[in-house]
Design a protein around this ligand. Structure first.
Ligand code: ZN
Ligand code: ZN
Length: 175
């Protein structure tokens, strides 16, 4: 997920490059993606390189109901500007603009790295409550059987009166 942008930085404002990417698997710190694929457009702008990415990623998730792992696919789009830390013509160091994140820096070898943007967008796109399928039947709270395989013989009513007060601590008839 790295690009050498020396050529772009030497070029005219408005010059673009487009790259198709397909990485399988891809390890990004805490994210292990089975596959990340998409397109990225790099454009020379006045103060750096503007990057637009359209990606999909497949990441193994644990279903929040049945706990099985399944591949979740996330689609995302991002726009980021990356800034040189060295003037390509003079070799003079350039400080990042105020408010720019450290990962928005193009390094001294003119390498622009979109890995952190990809990682953050995958995290944002992953479901808060992953489900292996919308109608996942989950696991029986009593016997632990995966109800997607077959229903168990447990009684349907799982309410236990001893827990009722805990479930509703504000209930007036608590004692
Ligand atoms: Zn499930
Ligand atoms: Zn059961």
């Amino acid at each position: 997920m790295q690009f050498n942008v020396a050529g772009l930085l030497k070029g005219a404002v408005g010059a673009t490059q487009r790259h198709l990417l397909d990485e399988a698997p891809l390890s990004l710190e805490d994210i292990q993606a089975e596959r990340v694929w998409g397109a990225v457009t790099l454009m020379r702008v006045n103060d750096g390189v503007w990057v637009r990415g359209d990606f999909r990623a497949t990441v193994e998730c644990a279903c929040s109901r049945c706990l099985r792992s399944y591949p979740a696919t996330v689609s995302f789009h991002f726009d980021e500007t990356y800034y040189p830390t060295l003037d390509i013509a003079s070799g003079v160091a350039i400080t990042l603009p105020d408010g720019a994140e450290a990962d928005a820096a193009i390094d001294n070898h003119h390498i622009l790295d979109i890995s952190e943007a990809i990682r953050q967008n995958i995290i944002l796109g992953l479901p808060m409550k992953p489900l292996c399928k919308p109608a996942c039947a989950g696991i029986c709270a009593r016997c632990g059987r995966d109800m997607n395989e077959s229903p168990c013989a447990c009684p349907q009513d799982t309410g236990d009166p001893r827990w009722a007060a805990l479930k509703d601590p504000l209930s007036p008839d608590k004692n």
